[in-house]
Design a protein around this ligand. Structure first.
Ligand code: ATP
Ligand code: MG
Length: 412
């Protein structure tokens, strides 16, 4: 018996409608904000991710699914979608005609992490990328989209945390200050942080084990240049004006190299240890990193499995589309008639199921009940002869004679 790969999940038929409901919500929301859907390939040349995400990040150093194809090119299953969207934007010269470009995506991402609740090796993200303008209003628009998205499912207990990590220059100066702070007690820090100290010191702030020791670490916002400080103040002002609650989290730096200025994270206390629902920020250096021109851009990515975990927990009422009509039949003659009748109803936009197991009519009606058919017809010799049949409403047994020639389901 061949099993599925660890950290991957089948979306079973009894759950796929929930995914569809979430996806529909996303498409509806995106229309309101004029973001357009894009779909990039699932795999890209490895350099795209090493150059954009950064060699020293967890993703590139240990989580990527990288392989060589028979053309000896190193390829990688996308661990995230921002770099691909940036590549697509450059490659198709999109900004020239659209200096204010807004994209969104929904799709699977791949990271080789230790599988656990809320953490998988193939998982799905909904993300947006607003490319072109450097605008605090646009940054806040992206935050508001994420908040409105979660609010639309009536999620409570969500927290927005923001921080500013300024320019590359700011970060370089801050890294030195952070290292100065950590150095005297470095041997008390965990093994990972000891590695990060040399390779990616900002990541030390992310460490759960060493959070206590980091309490008195210097704050990156104290290292911001004046322009970045003004920009961050403007974002805070806009959030307050729009009545969006937030906290400033000095330890929020995000793992990826390409972020600049505003970074944010939305988490839920309903999720346990994998609490991050959405991570985002501005990434004005990414485009030049992968060979484009300097381009301002901001966006986020939300983990849909984690959203679904919460929705299951709060027993969110996903409306499932049940079948409109079940047509039962007796014998080969009526089965033949039903094959055409069912088709006529479907052409009239009625969803229809029939029996293919040649069950007795009683058993067919039990099945109709099980699949929650709203209406049932039983077709035998008389019905075929007269072209009329009694339509039964399953909720209360109400009967109404209908005409089988037109095959229209009356509104009862
Ligand atoms: P975490 O700190 O939980 O590892 P991250 O910072 O690596 O998250 P991002 O790269 O910002 O995550 O991705 C955005 C969102 O995608 C996360 O907030 C989370 O909801 C989701 N996500 C990330 N990795 C996984 C995973 N392995 N399985 C399920 N969802 C994930
Ligand atoms: Mg991660």
């Amino acid at each position: 018996m061949i099993k599925s790969v660890s950290g991957t999940q089948d979306i079973l038929a009894e759950n796929s409608f929930k995914w569809r409901a979430i996806e529909n919500r996303i498409h509806d929301l995106m229309r309101l904000y004029n973001y357009k859907e894009v779909r990039t390939p699932i795999f890209e040349y490895t350099e795209l991710f090493t150059r954009s995400i950064g060699e020293q990040t967890d993703i590139v150093s240990k989580e990527m699914y990288t392989f060589e194809d028979s053309g000896d090119r190193s390829l990688t299953l996308r661990p995230e979608n921002t770099a691909s969207v940036a590549r697509m934007t450059i490659e198709n010269n999109i900004l020239r005609a659209n200096p204010q470009t807004k994209f969104y995506y929904i799709g699977p991402m791949f990271r080789r992490e230790r599988p656990q609740k809320g953490r998988y090796r193939q998982f799905h993200q909904f993300g947006i990328e607003a490319i072109g303008p450097k605008s605090a209003e646009l940054d806040v628009e992206t935050i508001m989209i994420a908040i409105r998205f979660f609010e639309s499912f009536a999620l409570k207990n969500i927290t927005l945390k923001i921080n500013s990590i300024g320019s590359k220059d700011t970060r370089d100066r801050y890294k030195e200050a952070l290292k100065d702070f950590v150095r005297p007690q470095l041997d008390l820090y965990c093994e990972d942080c000891n590695k990060r100290f040399a390779t990616n010191p900002l990541r030390i702030l992310d460490c759960k084990k060493d959070a206590e020791k980091n309490k008195n670490a210097p704050h990156i916002i104290d290292f911001l240049e004046d322009s970045a400080k003004i920009y961050f103040d403007r974002i805070k002002e806009l959030l307050i004006y729009n009545e969006i609650n937030f906290e400033i989290d000095h330890s929020l730096v995000r793992g990826l190299d390409y972020y600049t200025d505003i970074v944010y994270e939305i988490s839920s206390s309903d999720l346990g240890s994998q609490s991050a629902l959405c991570g985002g920020g501005r990434y004005d250096y990414l485009f030049e990193e992968i060979g484009g021109q300097h381009t301002a851009a901001v966006g986020f990515a939300c983990g849909l499995e984690r959203l679904l975990l919460i929705l299951e927990e709060i027993k969110y009422n996903f409306l499932q589309n049940s079948i409109d009509l079940f047509i039962a039949s007796f014998d080969d003659d009526s089965r033949k008639y039903v094959s055409k009748l069912a088709d006529k109803f479907r052409l009239n936009n009625v969803s229809v199921e029939t029996d293919f197991l040649k069950k007795k009519v009683g058993k067919q009606l039990e099945y109709a009940n099980k699949i929650e058919a709203k209406y049932v017809l039983v077709i035998g010799e008389t019905e075929i002869k007269t072209g009329k049949a009694n339509l039964k409403r399953m909720s209360d047994g109400f009967l109404q004679e209908i005409d089988l020639i037109s095959a229209i389901l009356p509104i009862l």
